[in-house]
Structure formats: structure tokens, C-alpha cells
Design a protein around this ligand. Structure first.
Ligand SMILES: Nc1ncnc2c1ncn2[C@@H]1O[C@H](COP(=O)(O)OP(=O)(O)OP(=O)(O)O)[C@@H](O)[C@H]1O
Length: 303
């Protein structure tokens, strides 16, 4: 089942075409990492899913229901954490979450003990002070608690970890990891390590268009370009082997004490390199396959 379905979505602000014929869907139970450069249209897409923006073309459904601008009916399925969450800062976290629980669309089903449950989930259960005194990391965690108070089927987060320190980021990702069993997650991020760690699917947005939407494994397989890295302890061996490679027409790049050799498609360069090292009686310090990082794949996709 698709929890969110976006079909041929286009959006302009004035003359600026921000989203162009955008289509992708978010399967139930998945975590989708939404990436793209500044201004690519991620927030615009999320706001369109939430019915907060009028769209020019296309349609969006949430849990099979059509999203309509200005009507928040479909938002009863969604918890939303904006990039800069806003609060009533004169309240404490408990007061604020109780208030949110009481005004939510499914308020009849709100149980006061849910407040402590979500505060424990995000690690704010001991906080007694007013929100005005919260650090930005605490505010981000409170924003997540607020987004989850209603046990939403879908959680949408806009760059949730960008303002957090490494420990805060880890704690935040741990919470998403915990809830992913029962909540489908769409989150945008510029931190590709977070996307790689958490996501089942990655959606790459570039200039208002989806350049890739697939599982992390399939994206990696599609752009798999193995590079062999040979590290030499001895500068003489390094220079000697670079010459041998040149004679055999194998191009290599030098990076410090390492030679990097791209695997050409259809060749068995790995065993050829080992054979040449053997013939030259060179024992390198290390010989390894280097898989491409998500960052290098991303740059390749948007090229
Ligand atoms: N209300 C608005 N009026 C006019 N232009 C807007 C409005 N909202 C967004 N834009 C423009 O739409 C484009 C996409 O913005 P959006 O915030 O969706 O990008 P983003 O991918 O979320 O970027 P970032 O990673 O910087 O948050 C930008 O050029 C932005 O200036």
C-alpha cells in the first residue's frame, strides 16, 4: 500500500517553476530519505503533501485520500516536524504536548499518559523548565514528540538533524529507528550519512524533478563503480608500479601514498593488478576495493 502518492505534481511561485511533473510514492512501513540541493523544492513538496500550498498541476493522495489545499482532513494521518518548529515558549513540554493532544483532529482518542510516553521516547521526560529555556536540540526533540503525539501513520520531517550536534543527531536517528515499525517516514536531509543509515528508499530531487527514486541498494548497484586502492609503504615501489601500469595502458590516480585505479566495465582489473604486483615482487601495504560513497553517487545522479 502507498501511504503517500504524488502524481505529476507541478508548482510555480510567480514565474519560477519550482516543481515540474513530480511523481513518486511512499510505500507503507518504509523510511524515505528526500535529498536535493538548497532550493530544489523539498519543503515545497512536503507543504504540498500537507495541503499547505495550492498546487498548479497533478494530485497527491495520503492513505488513498486526495489532498486538498486548505483542507487539513488528510493531515489526521500525518505528524509533521518543520525545519524550525515553533512552540508556545511560556509552557513546559508537558503543558505544550497536553495542549497539542487536546486540539488534534483525533482528540477523542487522546490519552494524557501519551505525553509522558512521547517525552520518554525523545529523552525529555525529566525536563520541567519552560520551553523558552530549551536548547535547539531540545526543541527539535520536542518538535518530534509533538509530531508523534497522535500516533500518526506517517511522519514527515524537514531537515530534522541539521541543527543537531553528533550526539543529538544519533539520538534523533535512534528515535526514528524505533518508530519505523509502526510509522512510515518521509524526511529531507542534506546529511547523506543519515539518509544512508536510516532510509529504505532515497528520492533525489534536482531542479524540481525527481532524478532517482529507488531503494538504497538498487541505487548503489546502479552506480556501482569499483575503484581499487593500492597503498605502498615504499616510495620506490609506488613509482615503479605506476610505470608498470602506464606500460599496460592502465590509468591510475595518485592520492598520497595510494594509487587509485577505476574498474573498467567488462574487465577483470582486480586480478590483473594482483598479477602485476606479483610479477614485480611488490607486496603493498594494502590492496582494497573501494565502494562509492552515497555522496559520490548523488553527485553522479544530478550531473
Ligand atoms: N512562498 C514562496 N514564494 C516564492 N518562492 C518560494 C516560496 N517558497 C519557496 N520558494 C522558492 O521555491 C524554491 C524551492 O524552495 P524549497 O524551500 O522548497 O527548497 P528546499 O529544497 O526545501 O531547499 P532547502 O534545502 O534550502 O531547504 C526556492 O527557489 C524558493 O526560493
Amino acid at each position: 500500500m502507498k501511504m503517500i502518492e504524488i502524481n505529476h505534481l507541478s508548482k510555480r511561485f510567480g514565474h519560477k517553476q519550482v516543481l515540474q511533473d513530480l511523481s513518486f510514492s511512499v510505500p507503507k512501513g518504509s523510511v524515505v530519505g528526500f535529498v536535493g540541493e538548497n532550493g530544489a523544492g523539498k519543503t515545497t513538496t512536503m507543504k504540498a503533501i500537507l495541503g499547505l500550498l495550492p498546487i498548479d498541476e497533478g494530485e497527491i493522495t495520503v492513505c488513498g485520500e486526495l489532498v486538498q489545499f486548505g483542507s487539513t482532513k488528510t493531515n489526521r494521518w500525518i505528524g509533521y516536524l518543520p525545519d524550525v518548529p515553533q512552540f508556545y515558549s511560556f509552557m513546559t513540554a508537558v503543558e505544550y504536548l497536553t495542549f497539542c493532544g487536546k486540539i488534534q483532529p483525533n482528540k477523542e482518542s487522546f490519552q494524557p499518559q501519551r505525553v509522558m510516553e512521547v517525552l520518554e521516547l525523545v529523552g525529555l521526560e525529566a525536563s520541567k523548565q519552560k520551553i523558552a529555556g530549551f536548547s535547539s536540540g531540545m526543541k527539535q526533540r520536542l518538535g518530534l514528540a509533538q509530531a508523534l503525539i497522535n500516533r500518526p501513520a506517517i511522519l514527515i520531517c524537514d531537515e530534522p538533524t541539521s541543527a543537531l550536534d553528533p550526539l543529538g543527531r544519533k539520538a534523533f536517528l535512534d528515535v526514528l529507528e524505533k518508530i519505523k515499525e509502526e510509522t512510515t517516514v518521509l524526511f529531507s536531509s542534506h546529511i547523506l550519512a543519515d539518509v544512508e543509515q536510516l532510509s529504505d528508499y532515497i528520492a533525489i530531487l534536482h531542479k524540481g524533478q525527481i532524478r532517482a527514486f529507488e531503494t538504497m541498494d538498487s541505487l548503489k548497484n546502479r552506480y556501482r563503480k569499483t575503484v581499487f586502492g593500492i597503498v605502498f609503504t615504499d616510495e620506490g615501489d609506488h613509482l615503479k608500479f605506476a610505470k608498470v601500469l602506464a606500460i599496460h595502458g592502465i590509468s591510475a590516480k595518485r592520492k598520497n601514498n595510494q594509487l587509485l585505479i577505476d574498474e573498467q566495465t567488462g574487465t577483470n582489473i582486480g586480478s590483473q593488478l594482483l598479477q602485476l604486483l606479483n610479477e614485480q615482487h611488490i607486496v603493498p601495504e594494502s590492496f582494497q576495493r573501494i565502494e562509492p560513497s552515497l555522496e559520490s553517487i548523488y553527485l553522479e545522479v544530478i550531473k
